[in-house]
Design a binder for this molecule. Structure first.
Ligand code: AMP
Ligand code: MN
Ligand code: MN
Ligand code: MN
Length: 276
């Protein structure tokens, strides 16, 4: 079983259409797949139809932006019903505000000598409801302000950098509730990326469990091998099911291809087992 349960299409900040991400997943050997666009399920019908035509098992998915203890956390929902009105309304509300934030990001970049970033980022946007920092990053690379999208985040768009604009996303309790209302399982995405203290991490995992969250990503394109071990231990300690996903966005952007991550540690319970 080669599960890849975290990736993006051009319905959010990926570069490929959902059907092309599906083909790439299948070419990469993926047998259980989920497309998890940020705050959007507009790609689910195309992803699901293509996956099934290619013989992959498909889990409808989403990656919800959350603010918890003043920082951004991403919560993946797997096995959701994309027609669930509660989920649809919640994601709509979460997307709302991205345009205003994008204008504020452009103003902040203009203040450090980079004009026209809003219009520039829009050149890279397929879904006008979903403008993200990744689109700004592609614009800045294209204009020669940085070498790579990672370089853009290090110098301009990461937390505390000149183009960083604080934003309040969904509440953790709401994101988990929407996922559960849609019949899905809630998964904490790439925990190794969050800059919480050990005490805050324990509080996050405890709160997540109390709300009905059940899984964390252990093997992800955002973790180092040391972090695979660290979050495998977290899964054991808190009784979480474990997930695996590349967080693929675009060919050549980021280091991990669909389906190419190492397997989960054998003693963990894969979150996809409940669906297959
Ligand atoms: P947003 O939801 O608009 O804040 O954008 C977040 C997205 O930016 C993430 O989903 C990633 O695709 C991308 N991103 C965040 N940090 C980095 C980084 N250090 N390098 C490359 N991409 C990043
Ligand atoms: Mn992204
Ligand atoms: Mn994420
Ligand atoms: Mn992601």
């Amino acid at each position: 079983m080669n599960a890849d349960l975290h990736c993006h299409s051009n319905v959010s900040d990926g570069l490929l259409a959902p059907a092309d991400v599906a083909r790439r997943a299948q070419a990469g050997g993926v047998t259980v797949w989920a497309l998890t666009d940020h705050d959007e399920i507009g790609g689910q019908a195309e992803a699901s139809a293509t996956a099934q035509a290619l013989g992959m098992r498909y889990l409808p998915g989403v990656e919800i932006s959350v603010t918890w203890a003043g920082k951004t956390v991403h919560v993946v929902g797997l096995g959701i019903d994309p027609a669930c009105p509660t989920l649809i309304a919640g994601l709509y509300a979460t997307r709302h505000g991205r345009s205003g934030r994008a204008r504020a990001i452009a103003a902040a970049l203009e203040a450090v000598g980079i004009p026209g970033a809003y219009e520039g980022a829009l050149r890279f946007v397929s879904n006008p409801d979903l403008i993200s920092r990744t689109h700004f990053a592609r614009f800045l690379v294209d204009e020669g302000f940085a070498q790579s999208t990672a370089d853009v985040f290090d110098r301009f768009l990461g937390d505390g950098k000149p183009g960083y604009v604080p934003h309040r996303w969904a509440a953790l309790e709401d994101a988990v509730a929407w996922i559960k209302a849609a019949g899905g399982v809630a998964v904490i995405a790439h925990p190794g990326r969050y800059r919480y203290t050990p005490l805050e991490f324990d509080a996050l995992f405890g709160a997540f469990i109390d709300l009905g969250g059940e899984a964390i990503e252990v093997v992800t394109g955002s973790h180092t091998p040391d972090q695979y071990r660290e979050y495998a231990d977290v899964a054991r300690r808190f009784g979480f099911e474990a997930s695996r996903g590349s967080d693929f966005h675009a060919p050549g952007e980021g280091r991990i291809e669909l389906g190419s991550l190492p397997p989960l540690p054998a003693d963990l319970t894969p979150v996809w087992e409940r669906f297959v």
